[in-house]
Design a protein around this ligand. Structure first.
Ligand SMILES: NC(=O)c1ccc[n+]([C@@H]2O[C@H](COP(=O)([O-])OP(=O)(O)OC[C@H]3O[C@@H](n4cnc5c(N)ncnc54)[C@H](OP(=O)(O)O)[C@@H]3O)[C@@H](O)[C@H]2O)c1
Length: 249
């Protein structure tokens, strides 16, 4: 028996929110594993910077400006990818926002719509469009949050959006399974990124958070890469519709 490899040689990988944080870590991780990478987010310049890092590793890269909540822009992202690379092997629905309304009554219509648009509406459309260009063996990786399983007062809309993403993961896996396309979610605990530092600005708050983790620490952004490579590779060929909890225990 051949042991499956985590390498991604020659694969075409789209990472939304690839300009920084977990998305940047996955974009660079996939490039290091041999993939060509499309780096997409709202601000083009930081995407170009990550794309340059990918090229410096000897891989091809494309930077694309996209607001994932806008379905026309989702279509433009997939079109640009197919024009450049001819197909999509892996879609990483990573772009996300987590605004913190003080209470239910403070949730505005605008905050609700934006949170659902980025965390749920975009991933649904991108999954649908990317799957049209995926060969058998394609993989969709949704980046979810532990908040979806353990919602708290201050994560109300975000938690609901990510719970929707979990449901989308299972439903899309069911539809796309017969075509040999797998859809899974990485349900993240706490990782050091800008968005975490915005919600837990002090070291004291971060230490409190770390004390609730079995491993006793917050993850570094790069610690999502192994799970993403696993879900993109044949090593997970019989895994679909799964929510993988990556939370340090
Ligand atoms: N860090 C954690 O502890 C943690 C925990 C659980 C889940 N997660 C999830 O992990 C994912 C990445 O989080 P992160 O901590 O790495 O966040 P981050 O550092 O804030 O990065 C977010 C990324 O998403 C992009 N983005 C935001 N809104 C977008 C939009 N409308 N369209 C396209 N791109 C957009 C941002 O770039 P632009 O500003 O240029 O658009 C950026 O590249 C998110 O889905 C988040 O919910 C993170």
């Amino acid at each position: 028996m051949t042991i499956p490899s985590l390498r991604a040689d020659g694969k075409v990988v789209i990472v939304t929110g690839g300009s920084k944080g977990l998305g940047r870590a996955m974009a660079l991780g996939f490039a290091e594993a041999g993939a060509d990478v499309v780096v997409a987010s709202r601000k083009l310049e930081p995407c170009e910077a990550v794309a340059d890092e990918v090229r410096a590793m000897g891989r091809r890269a494309l930077a694309v400006r996209v607001h994932v909540g806008d379905w026309d822009q989702c279509a433009a992202l997939i079109d640009a990818t197919v024009a450049e690379f001819g197909r999509v092997d892996v879609l990483v629905n990573n772009a996300g926002i987590a605004p913190v309304p003080p209470s239910l009554i403070d949730v505005t219509s605008d905050l609700f719509d934006k949170t659902i648009a980025v965390n749920l509406k975009g991933p649904l459309r991108l999954t649908a469009l990317a799957a049209e260009h995926m060969p058998t063996g394609g993989s969709v990786i949704n980046v979810s949050s532990k908040a979806s399983l353990y919602p708290t007062a201050f994560t109300v809309v975000y938690a609901a959006a990510k719970a929707g993403l979990n449901a989308l993961t299972k439903a899309a896996a069911d539809e796309l399974g017969p075509r040999g396309i797998r859809v899974n979610a990485i349900v993240c605990g706490t990782f050091h990124t800008d968005s975490l530092h915005a919600s837990l600005p002090s070291e004291e708050l971060q230490s409190q958070m770390a004390s609730n983790v079995s491993l006793g620490r917050i993850a570094s952004a790069g610690e999502i890469v192994g799970t993403a490579l696993y879900l993109a590779s044949d090593a997970s060929s019989y895994l679909t519709g799964s929510l993988i909890l990556l939370d340090g225990g």
